[in-house]
Design a protein around this ligand. Sequence first.
Ligand code: FE2
Ligand code: FE2
Length: 459
Amino acid sequence: MAPARLNGGMSVTPAPQPRLVLQPAATGQRRSALMVGESAQVLKRFHFLERELVRMAAGWLPGTTDWETKLLLPEVLWQDALVARSLRERVLELRYPERRIAIDQDAALVGLYANCLHAPSDLAFVMGLARAVKPHLRGLLADYLKLADALDDAPSVHLLEHALVDLDRQLARLEAVTTEFATRRPELVASAERWNAGVTAALAGATAERVFAATLPEFAAFDPSAAGGRTFAISRTGQRDARFTRVRFAWPDRHTPQPPGAGVQLQVRQAIHHLNEVWAAEMAGACLYDLLEQAPHDFLEDAARWCFDEIRHCRMGYERLKQWGFSEAEMPLDAFSYDSGQHADAIVRLGVIFYFETTYIHTKPERAKIFGAEGDRLSSHDMDFDWADELIHSHYGKKWLTHFLAQAGIQRTPIEIKQQAEAGVLTFQQSATTEDKAATQAIFDRMMSKARQRLESAA
Ligand SMILES: [Fe+2]
Ligand SMILES: [Fe+2]
């Protein structure tokens, strides 16, 4: 230290001497491992990784054939979207009053996850999620929790501890789905395992130490094609599991408007329609995938919730049909509502789902009452909760159509887009051939015969 010295006759204040301060050694050092800026930086990277997981699962949904995988992906992506939202809010708290959150130089890290889109099959995609990507993310979150201070950074700790609970459940369910899928489709296993090994190797370089660094290091490039991957393109037709009866129109009223029927016919019809709402989950997923990059942050949350709700409606019908004794082979699946948007643009596809939401919403409370009055408590319960969801979805449709139309500078209203979407749906319905109608009628006759037999045997 330079000594105090005279300077032109004026005295100069000596530089401060280092002082002794209390240092509660081990605990204090562990608690203070990450300062606010460092925490915000890591949490921001987690946000973008979670967001990418949502986008990838949404993109794969229509092209996924495996039924159990198709039912699980929307739930997983919805949970990931909730975590992404919480992380975003936490980053903004830590950076207050700054409101900007952008991927910037973290794009290379997120790109490591985004490469997983290019899986060679739906089995490879879900296997990569179950055995490579999700375990990798789990490791990062757990390592952050080892460094985070449960006192000073308590909100982050709380949110990540809960994210880990979701993640552990997801891992167990994804593994179960992957194992069963691999057993059913052994011809896909070798390429899926090769893919999974490639993804695992690519992520091995993204250790917590490197991901938490102030400046991200270069990550080794991952070439999906070297692991047998294919450049991803979202499927514009809804893929269906071969264990079901696959038809162009699952019930007669789906190609020709007609009264819904009553009694047991209405019960079965409603279950078939619920089952076939798988298309709506696919359409919400496709809209999420197509429009996410140009959308404000709350689109992720809304579209993910929309996608999950629709697969819940599908599961409502699936569960009821199973309870009534129908096997998968007896259940008809179509895809015409999703497929009717295959040649449209993303805004019109959003219009297709908006058209169905707003056109049939009145049937939900009506049928909740009818089924309740006839003693079918479960169908009534499903319709009641379905209606609660659909009221939110109508809001989503109007809100996001209005937003994307304005963003694109298109001088049209959501209602006009809905009319265009309706015209596309009607054209598709009018394409029903005599053979299509006969196939649908055969399903109708078979299902109604079985349902009536079941009623008679129960009487
Ligand atoms: Fe629905
Ligand atoms: Fe809906």
